[in-house]
Write a protein that binds this ligand. Structure first.
Ligand code: ATP
Length: 395
């Protein structure tokens, strides 16, 4: 078990700058997910940690030791790939045992017949078999030990790959999209299993995925990466509720957060799609601001209220999802439909083509500046905004 420290990592492939000054401290025993769109540099960073790729600048420390000049096998970390990389001609037991046989037996001792003649090989092989049995039991794959990878389901292969990574008790696990070959149902189950495994082992996990649900459900912290840069590193709930950057806000969350181009009106309110939103934003009139609202932050108003700032429009589409309904609202002056999440009972009373008005509490309005960085004023509304009458504290 060891923490990982990444300082100022830069990497370029020919013309492409893939990693830009990436620094990150991963605590010992932490489960950190690296999430971001395809091509943002996640795998490259993981491969640099593993020693499979060399950075142009910056350092990596594992367990307090600088590993930049160490080859992959000397770093004592295990990597689990998307493809599982199991050897097809070996049994499950042989696949799991491989990292131990490579480390604990010499080339001669590994020979099937001649190896037996070397004194002590039998005891070492028995110890390896015991370790393999123990790991297989912990992952509930003992009954598969004599099969070959082709005779396993995707989920079983994934567990064998995990078992092979676990068997030598590495300092840390690096996982690169290990669930992407599983179907949706299996993925949900495997997520829970990997999170449980992490709790049981207490090892450091660095998990790369482009699937935000995986990152959000398993990790103690999520690192959101885009264009080779780390935009925010925080616990899942903070990434969702308190995004530091508009790109983080729009990448995390399904359906996507609603985004409006707005402008300050100079009196603490914002002009959003032609309506005043009293969010306590003290800036000169005309200051451009981007406003973002999560779908579940909208509250349906029983009847249209022209006097109160809100979003009003026409229902274009309703998605009944059982536990919730997504309302797609066409709002004048807003390019994309606004999406609001409502309770099924509320949703049942709505009709396509009908008008609807939604309001949102000022505390749930996220504001971003022209550079895409978060402006905190909507969270800590100044006293003037707090003193608004109760009904106006919603916009
Ligand atoms: P994905 O989710 O699709 O796996 P990723 O975020 O893991 O993407 P990387 O695999 O790290 O992204 O790749 C980042 C960029 O670097 C991509 O544009 C990729 O094409 C490029 N790249 C990666 N490896 C190499 C290489 N060996 N030579 C040249 N370019 C590379």
């Amino acid at each position: 078990m060891a923490g990982i420290s990444i300082q100022g990592i830069t990497k370029r492939f020919k013309d492409a700058q893939v990693l830009r000054d990436v620094s990150l401290e991963i605590a010992s025993g932490e489960f950190l997910s690296l999430v971001g769109p395809s091509g943002c540099g996640k795998t490259t960073l993981l491969r640099i940690l593993a020693g499979l790729e060399t950075q142009d600048a910056g350092d990596v420390h594992i367990g307090g030791v600088m590993v930049d000049d160490l080859p992959p096998k000397a770093r004592d970390i295990a990597m689990v790939f998307q493809s599982y990389a199991l050897y097809p001609y070996m049994t499950v037991a042989e696949n799991i045992a491989l990292p131990l046989t490579m480390r604990r037996l010499s080339a001669v001792e590994r020979l099937p017949l001649v190896g037996r003649l070397v004194s002590g090989t039998g005891a070492r092989r028995a110890a390896i078999a015991a370790d393999v049995r123990q790991v297989a039991e912990s992952l509930a794959i003992s009954h598969l030990m004599d099969r070959r990878p082709a005779q396993l389901s995707g989920g079983q292969r994934q567990r064998v790959a995990l078992a092979r990574a676990m068997v030598r008790r590495p300092k840390a696990f690096l996982m690169d999209e290990p669930l992407s070959n599983l179907d949706a149902k299996m993925r949900v189950q495997a997520r829970a299993e990997i999170a449980e495994l992490h709790r049981a082992l207490g090892s450091t996990f660095v998990y790369v995925t482009h699937d935000q649900a995986e990152a959000m459900t398993m990790s103690s912290r999520v690192a959101v990466m885009m264009g080779g840069e780390l935009l925010q590193v925080a616990p899942p709930q903070a990434i969702y509720d308190d995004p530091a950057d508009l790109r983080v806000a729009t990448f995390i969350g399904t359906p996507e957060i609603n985004v409006f181009a707005a402008a300050a009106r100079g009196d603490g309110t914002l002009d959003v799609a032609g309506r005043a939103w009293p969010v306590g934003f003290a800036a000169p009139a005309g200051t451009p601001v981007t406003v973002a609202v999560r779908p579940e932050a909208f509250v349906l108003m029983p009847e249209p209220r022209a006097d109160l700032g809100a979003v009003a429009g026409t229902i274009r589409h309703l998605e009944y999802l059982g536990a919730e309904t997504m309302v797609h609202l066409a709002v004048p002056h807003v390019a994309k439909p606004v999406i609001a999440r409502v309770e099924p009972l509320t949703g049942a009373g709505l009709a396509i083509g009908a008008p609807a008005t939604f309001r949102v509490h000022a505390s749930r309005v996220l504001l971003f500046g022209a550079d895409g960085k978060r402006l905190k004023s909507s969270r800590a509304a100044p006293p003037a905004a707090r003193a608004l009458p109760a009904e106006l504290s919603h916009v």
